[in-house]
Design a protein around this ligand. Structure first.
Ligand code: AMP
Length: 259
C-alpha cells in the first residue's frame, strides 16, 4: 500500500492509471475509520482494479464553531485498517487548498434545508472538496454512504449537472448491533450519551412505521427525550432524516419510510 501526501504526487499517479486503463475506486473519508468506511472500501475492492482511500479532514465543510480542531485523527490506526482491507493507495494530504484558493462548487437546490440550514456553507465545502478529489484521483467509481443522505443528494446532483465522468455507488448505512449508525463522531459519546444515541436510532426506526405524519411523530417523541436537543426532522424523498445534539455531539441519521 502506498501513501500519497501531495496533490502533485496524486495527479502523477492518476495520470498513470488513466494511461493503463485500469478501473479505480475512490472512497473519500475524513479518517477515524470504522466498519461503515470499511464496508465502502470492501465494495470498492470487489469492483475495481485499484482502490484509493482519501483521508482528509476538510476545513471548508466545518463551520467556525464546529469540531474541526478536535475531529479525531488516529492516523496510524487508519493506515493499518486500510492495509488490512487491501487498499492500494491512501491519499492523505496535509492540505488541499492553495493559500489564495477562491473557487467553490455550489449546489443550490438539494443542499437547502436539513444540514444545509443547520450548517451554512457545509455543502459548498463538501461539493468543492469532492470535485477536487475526483479531479486529483480520476476514479471510475466513487463510494459514498447513505448515512449522509443529503451529502449523497448533493453529490449526485453535482455529478449530473457538471457532467463529471464518475459512477457513484451509494452504500446502505452500517449500524452497530444496538442500532446506532456508525460515525467517527460516536467516539465523543460518554456511556450515558451512547444510551441517548440508541434511543435516537430506535425512535427514528419506529417513526418510519407510523401510518400518518411520521416527521411530526418523531419530532414530538424526540422533544420528550430530555438528554438530547432536536436539530431537525425532515422528510426528503422517501427518507425520514433527523439530526440531534447529544451533549456537544451532533448526530445525523435517516431511514427509508415504510410505505
Ligand atoms: P466521513 O469520514 O464521515 O466523511 O465518511 C466518509 C464516507 O463514509 C461517507 O461517504 C459517509 O457517508 C460514509 N459513512 C460514514 N459512516 C457510515 C455508515 N455508518 N454507514 C455507511 N457509510 C458510512
Amino acid at each position: 500500500m502506498k501513501v500519497i501526501g501531495s496533490m502533485t504526487a496524486m495527479q502523477r499517479q492518476s495520470d498513470e492509471w488513466i494511461r493503463s486503463g485500469e478501473s479505480v475506486g475512490l472512497v473519500p473519508t475524513m479518517g477515524a475509520l470504522h466498519e461503515g468506511h470499511l464496508t465502502l472500501i470492501r465494495r470498492a475492492r470487489k469492483e475495481c482494479k485499484r482502490v484509493v482511500v482519501s483521508i482528509y479532514v476538510n476545513p471548508t465543510q466545518f463551520g467556525p464553531k464546529e469540531d474541526l480542531a478536535k475531529y479525531p485523527r488516529p492516523r496510524r490506526q487508519d493506515l493499518a485498517m486500510c492495509r488490512a482491507a487491501g487498499v492500494d493507495f491512501v491519499f492523505a494530504p496535509q492540505n488541499l487548498y492553495f493559500p489564495d484558493h477562491s473557487s467553490y462548487v455550489e449546489e443550490t437546490i438539494v443542499s437547502q434545508g436539513r444540514d444545509g440550514t443547520s450548517r451554512p456553507g457545509h455543502f459548498r465545502g463538501v461539493a468543492t472538496v469532492v470535485l477536487k478529489l475526483f479531479n486529483l484521483t480520476r476514479p471510475t467509481r466513487a463510494y459514498f454512504g447513505q448515512k449522509d443522505a443529503q451529502q449523497v443528494d448533493v453529490i449526485i446532483r453535482m455529478v449530473r449537472d457538471l457532467n463529471v465522468p464518475v459512477k457513484l455507488i451509494i452504500v446502505p448505512t452500517v449500524r452497530d448491533p444496538d442500532g446506532v449508525a456508525m460515525s467517527s463522531r460516536n467516539r465523543y459519546l460518554s456511556v450515558e450519551e451512547r444510551a441517548t444515541a440508541v434511543k435516537f436510532a430506535q425512535l427514528l426506526q419506529k417513526a418510519t412505521k407510523q401510518k400518518s405524519k411520521p416527521a411530526s411523530w418523531l419530532s414530538r417523541e424526540l422533544k420528550r427525550v430530555t438528554s438530547l436537543r432536536l436539530d431537525y426532522v425532515e422528510v426528503a424523498g422517501d427518507r425520514l432524516c433527523a439530526a440531534v445534539f447529544v451533549g456537544k455531539t451532533r448526530l445525523i441519521d435517516n431511514e427509508r419510510l415504510v410505505s
